[in-house]
Design a protein around this ligand. Structure first.
Ligand code: HEM
Ligand SMILES: [Cu+2]
Length: 522
């Protein structure tokens, strides 16, 4: 126990990221179930308005800041040194600091529940001026800002650490053009984090100064401007959505190449596309502000459309990698294919709302809720489960049961689509997001009932995943070092790897060192 609390080993830290993000995932999932229970029927009174506001705020905040983003970073902690043949990250103590700041930051946000007035209730965006004047924004709102400032500092520190590791700690022969795509995506993500998170930290610090030290940055009555908050928030917020997806692009790339038994198709294009997405994503923030009338809609619309180009390149590469491969439909691959199908819907709805005339209709409606759940839920979350099934044997020396895993995938895929397809139609019928109830008009009762039923199916899927973990750990079937026939370096060491990762390193002569050194290869 003490050993884990004080460790600086990147693998233990990576595993603790996985465990803590999965714990936050369970809590955020329970909150999602509460949301769907409240909205299952019109006029429901299970949760009152203030309770509902806290529930959706904590759900979104936790999923974004405490689950999807840090799982990607945590997995990078585990994998990047292994993939580049390094014994650890560049600054192991800084790494441990990052982990514990993250965990404490997350607990700080939830600690708001124990305060008078409850937790933050302003949505994950915490816009001005409601972050100051809204009923119930007491200490819970302060804890939200402080907790997220802690997690922001944590991510920035870890990003610097990972960048230095990739640039300076690669094994002999592991040139930059040979590092696996997952590691490349982490490089792009880390650069984005370093560019974008200071803006969030500034916005939150300014909000705290307004709340407690008499500042008036956002307060129009004193010459401030609430739109300034939106600029600072979204200058972070849009890059953040790519922080939520780039690591998962990396995960599906590794899975698709492994289970198609082929090298990544268009490796260089894949890398350039990642950086093109990262660069463009710094110039589209105001597509979240089309309806404010305070930004250049044509400019931000045009740049948003452009993002579809490098994203399309990636889709071509994934399909090209599968093309004529001998595809093995094992559980990680099922999740990767689920990712492709779901994320496609998220991408296409994104391009739709990047058009201001459409966004004027869709903004703040359930159409938006559908869009971003198809990207983060159907995309990132499916890749997250794919990653768990793929790297679990490496991390723990135990393979998860395939038979149960197939059911987990089926339930999640069915449940996810049943929950979120109806939301697009709710949005088109005018249902606003972030309201605790809705009238029984049009198809809203039917659509909401279907969505809530879908959420129940997803809950079963997640529960079955944890059952799979328990069953597999109890069974402890012996696992090889390389159960899938992977191509990157992590498959060349034991499962789990020894301290400092490798007893000996093979000669690295290509992008697929594990395949080169397999008997029979030249
Ligand atoms: C082709 C790519 C994409 C485009 C053009 C796009 C466009 C947009 C636009 C215009 C909005 C604002 C809608 C509104 O509030 O009226 C939006 C919202 C959002 N998008 Fe995307 N998007 C894309 C990809 C993504 C990806 C990859 C993610 C996450 C992984 C994502 C996550 C979100 C989130 C979380 C919101 C809602 C923010 C909020 O108001 O709380 N989007 N998107
Ligand atoms: Cu955006």
């Amino acid at each position: 126990m003490i050993e884990w609390l004080t460790t600086t080993d990147h693998k233990k830290i990576g595993i603790m990221y996985v465990v803590s993000t999965l714990s936050f995932f369970v809590i955020a999932g329970v909150l999602a179930a509460l949301i769907r229970a409240q909205l299952a029927v019109p006029g429901n009174t299970l949760l009152g308005p203030h309770a509902y506001n806290q529930v959706f705020t904590l759900h979104g905040t936790a999923m974004i800041f405490l689950v999807i983003a840090p799982f990607g970073i945590g997995l990078a902690n585990y994998l990047v040194p292994l993939q580049i043949g390094a014994p650890d990250v560049a600054f192991p103590r800084l790494n441990a600091t990052g982990l514990w700041l993250f965990v404490l930051g997350g607990i700080t946000v939830f600690a708001g529940l124990a305060t008078y007035g409850g937790a933050a209730a302003t949505g994950w965006t915490a816009y001005a001026p409601i972050n100051e004047f809204f009923v119930g924004t007491g200490a819970g709102q302060d804890l939200f800002f402080i907790g997220l400032l802690m997690t922001s500092i944590s991510t920035i520190l870890t990003s610097i650490n990972l960048l230095v590791t990739v640039f300076l700690f690669r094994a002999p022969g592991m040139t930059m053009w040979r590092i696996p795509i997952f590691t490349w995506e982490i490089v792009a993500t880390a650069v984005l984090i370093i560019m974008a998170f200071p803006s969030l930290a500034a916005a939150f610090a300014m909000a705290l100064i307004e709340r407690h030290l008499g500042g008036h940055f956002f307060d129009a009555a004193y010459g401030g401007n609430p739109i300034l908050y939106q600029h600072l928030f979204w200058f972070f917020g849009h890059p953040e959505v790519y922080v939520l997806i780039l690591p998962y692009f990396g995960i599906v790339t590794e899975i698709i190449a492994t289970f198609s038994r082929k090298p990544v198709f268009g490796y260089v294009g894949m890398v350039i596309a990642a950086f093109a997405i990262a660069a463009l994503s710094l110039g589209v923030w105001a597509h979240h502000m089309f309806t404010t009338g305070a930004v250049s809609n044509p400019f931000f619309s045009a740049v948003s459309f452009l993002i579809a180009v490098p994203t399309g390149v990636k889709f071509v590469n994934w399909i090209g990698t599968m093309w004529k491969g001998s595809i093995a439909l094992q559980v990680p691959m099922l999740f990767a294919i689920g990712f492709l199908l779901n994320f496609l819907i998220g991408g296409i709805t994104g391009v739709m709302i990047a058009s201001p005339p459409i966004d004027y209709q869709a903004h703040d409606s359930y159409f938006i809720v559908q869009h971003f759940h198809y990207t983060i839920g159907g995309g990132s979350m499916f890749a997250l489960f794919g990653a768990l099934y793929f790297w679990f044997p490496k991390m723990f020396g135990v393979k998860l049961e395939e038979g149960i895993g197939r059911w987990v995938f089926a339930l999640l895929f069915l449940g996810f689509n049943a929950t979120f397809i109806p939301m697009g139609f709710m949005g088109m019928e005018g249902m606003a997001r972030r309201v605790y109830t809705y009238p029984a008009v049009g198809h809203l009762p039917l659509l909401n009932a279907v969505a809530s039923a879908g959420a129940l199916i997803m809950t079963l899927g997640v529960a079955l995943f944890f059952i799979d973990v328990l069953v597999s750990i109890r069974r402890r079937a012996p696992v090889e070092d390389d159960p899938w026939g992977g191509y990157s370096l992590e498959w060349m060491t034991t499962s789990p790897p020894p301290e400092f990762n490798f007893k000996t390193l093979p000669a690295i002569r290509s992008r697929r060192p594990a395949i080169d050194s397999r008997p029979g290869s030249v």
